[in-house]
Design a protein around this ligand. Sequence first.
Ligand code: THU
Length: 131
Amino acid sequence: MNYKKLILKAMEAREKAYAPYSKFKVGAAVIMDDDKLYSGCNIENASYGATNCAERTAIFKAVSEESKIIKAIAIVGDTVNYTYPCGICRQVIEEFSDGNTNIILAKNENDYIIKSFSQLFPGAFSKKDLI
Ligand code: THU
């Protein structure tokens, strides 16, 4: 699959980041199993712990519109290093992954790497454990 469109969506979302405290802008975009795309940015808060990461903003938008399985998620943070999803976002991705999710770590639409989610989050606690 060509991830350029997804990365461009994440880059566009990054422009909307609300990050007055860290100044670290992040954008994310997901493509769901129904092929719909959703994007999101990080949204910080004066009470720092209330901050929402870009990945979760995008995922929650998708899930609240009925799409439940993430085929791939593109993440664009700074342009020097690839930005990996934080631990909380990995747990949220786990919830909406069917085991085949790809994580696209991008600096821009021409410079990105693809990781399988299972590579980034082995041994996850998941709904399978709640039996
Ligand atoms: N952040 C994200 O949005 N996604 C990540 O994967 C890493 C961190 C945000 C949270 C906070 O607004 C800022 O980046 C600095 O941690």
